[in-house]
Ligand binder design. Structure first.
Ligand SMILES: [Zn+2]
Ligand SMILES: [Zn+2]
Length: 338
């Protein structure tokens, strides 16, 4: 018991440093130092080469972007999420390795014999790397799409959209409930894919990684992943934007303009948005302001950020139930008495 308390206290003290640790050690996070450097280099290129977008590159050095109330709230949310994740909410995160082991043993139970001929190991490892990247990207898109479609979920996702300025930390300005939801979907998809590959080909395949992250995700992040949440307007051009989500396209997703609502919900690949009819290729600098309209200002309060999603969605569920039960009553009254 004493050791457990000591462990929890150590975590509590060390956890606020976790986001800083991630900057230097986690190639899977958007604000990993390598992506910050390539993002700054791309901003320099935009400043020197792209006359139209040059003012947005200059905005990177605007104090407001980094010190406004909106930005302060970003930092607070990032640190609190780290503390919650490593302490009292650590139980809420699924372990993808456990899911993979379960799926693999289920396949063995079905009679699948996982073996791989050495000659195929490299190609199959590459196939696993691509599959993990594509499935994870689709699941992230689908979870995001659900948060925009289901009003109760949208109340939580509003926290991310209420940012008035985009800076590198805004990427993780996410309500803890949404963090749990997306981590759940992520662990499920990675666990399933790994489990199927282990079941069919054994557990000797290796995923191609750089900085500890999937090589395709690293490639995507090197080409401006960190600029998605920044004032810098980096478009890939209409041809590439049919296949990949550029930072400019994600800024469209944060835009206050009605025509931009619910557009470009993808992570890296644009194909999911095309399939779901939410794809939007910007025609030049289209964004004036970020946020969710009049309600944006309310989210300058941390109380609103953390509590309003619960109260609003609770209210919605209650109303839905009342309507549902009301209808059930009405049907009962109408049903003929035999
Ligand atoms: Zn969104
Ligand atoms: Zn965003």
């Amino acid at each position: 018991m004493y050791e457990w308390v000591q462990h929890q206290l150590t975590l509590l003290i060390a956890s606020p440093l976790y986001p800083v640790w991630k900057i230097f050690n986690d190639g899977g996070t958007r604000f990993f130092w390598v992506y910050i450097l390539t993002g700054l280099a791309l901003s320099g290129l935009i400043y020197w080469r792209d006359r139209t977008a040059a003012p947005t590159a200059r905005m990177l050095f605007n104090r407001e972007i980094w010190t406004s109330v909106s930005a302060q709230n970003d930092y607070f949310v990032v640190f609190i999420s780290a503390v919650l994740r490593l302490t009292i909410l650590s139980w809420a995160f699924l372990n993808h390795k456990a899911i993979a082991a379960w799926v693999a043993s289920f396949l063995v139970w079905l009679g699948v014999e996982g073996q791989v001929n050495d000659g195929w190991a490299v190609s199959l490892g590459l196939l696993l790397t691509v599959t993990l990247f594509v499935v994870d990207d689709f699941i992230k898109f689908f979870g995001h799409w659900m948060m925009h479609q289901i009003p109760e979920f949208w109340e939580f996702h509003k926290v991310h959209h209420s940012a008035e300025h985009l800076n590198f930390a805004t990427a993780e300005r996410i309500h803890p409930a949404e963090v749990i939801f997306t981590s759940f979907l992520g662990a499920l998809s990675i666990g399933l894919v790994n489990g199927v590959f282990i079941g069919f080909f054994g557990n000797t395949l290796t995923v191609e990684t750089v900085f500890g992250a999937n090589v395709f995700l690293v490639l995507f992040n090197i080409f401006g992943g960190v600029l998605r949440h920044s004032p810098v307007w980096l478009s890939f051009g209409p041809t590439l934007e049919r296949y990949f989500i550029s930072p400019a396209m994600h800024q469209i997703h944060h835009s206050e303009k009605v025509e931009h609502f619910d557009k470009n919900m993808g992570g890296a690949l644009a194909i999911w948005d095309r399939m779901f009819g939410t794809h939007y290729i910007p025609d030049g600098l289209e964004v004036d302001k970020f946020g969710i309209g009049e309600e944006t200002r309310d989210f300058r309060s941390l109380g609103v950020i953390y509590l309003r999603p619960f109260t609003r969605s609770h209210e919605m569920v209650k109303n839905r139930l009342a309507v549902f039960l009301g209808k059930a009553d009405a049907r009962d009254k109408q049903s003929p008495v035999i």
